[in-house]
Design a protein. Structure first.
Length: 158
């Protein structure tokens, strides 16, 4: 099994390590994967959301997969050679609005750490091809989110 490497200057080493370990168990690959994680302001994510999705409003998380994957699919460097950089596969980028994460944590009555963890996991799964547009897909994605969140010690009961 190869690791998921999180490229993010905003995380503490302990947070990054916990996320990398939990996410690594959720994917099968023949090469280390790199996930870029960015934190932006409400204004920045609104502008990005408007430009990319045509929705001119603040959102909590946006995902930008580098590969077109089917959920649960093993990822091979041979099939996705265009995403290989320095011996690692670039999985994509996840952009999180910390302001919105803080608001949602308060709305849902849990910690900001849990909300940011959830948004990271959610965005990561989108990069792996998971979606939630139809009920069947939503159920599969939610189960996978909860499994990873439990590994992080951030399950619904935490």
């Amino acid at each position: 099994m190869y690791n998921v490497i999180i490229d993010c200057d905003s995380l503490k080493n302990q947070e990054r390590t916990m996320l990398e370990q939990a996410l690594s168990k959720a994917v099968v690959t023949d090469m280390p994967l790199v996930l870029e994680l960015l934190f932006v302001s409400a204004e920045e994510i609104q502008e990005l959301n408007a430009r990319v999705r045509g929705i001119d409003k603040v959102t909590d998380v946006l995902s930008f997969p580098a590969m077109e994957l089917a959920c649960g699919e093993a990822i091979s460097a041979e099939e996705h050679g265009e995403c290989v950089e320095e011996g690692r596969l670039y999985l994509g980028s996840v952009v999180i609005c910390k302001e919105r994460a803080k608001e949602q944590a308060q709305e849902y009555g849990h910690s900001v750490a849990r909300e940011i963890g959830y948004l990271t996991v959610h965005g990561f799964l989108h990069c792996l091809g998971y979606d939630h547009e139809i009920e069947k897909e939503r159920k599969v994605m939610r189960e996978k989110e909860e499994e990873i969140m439990q590994r992080l010690g951030l399950g619904r009961s935490e």
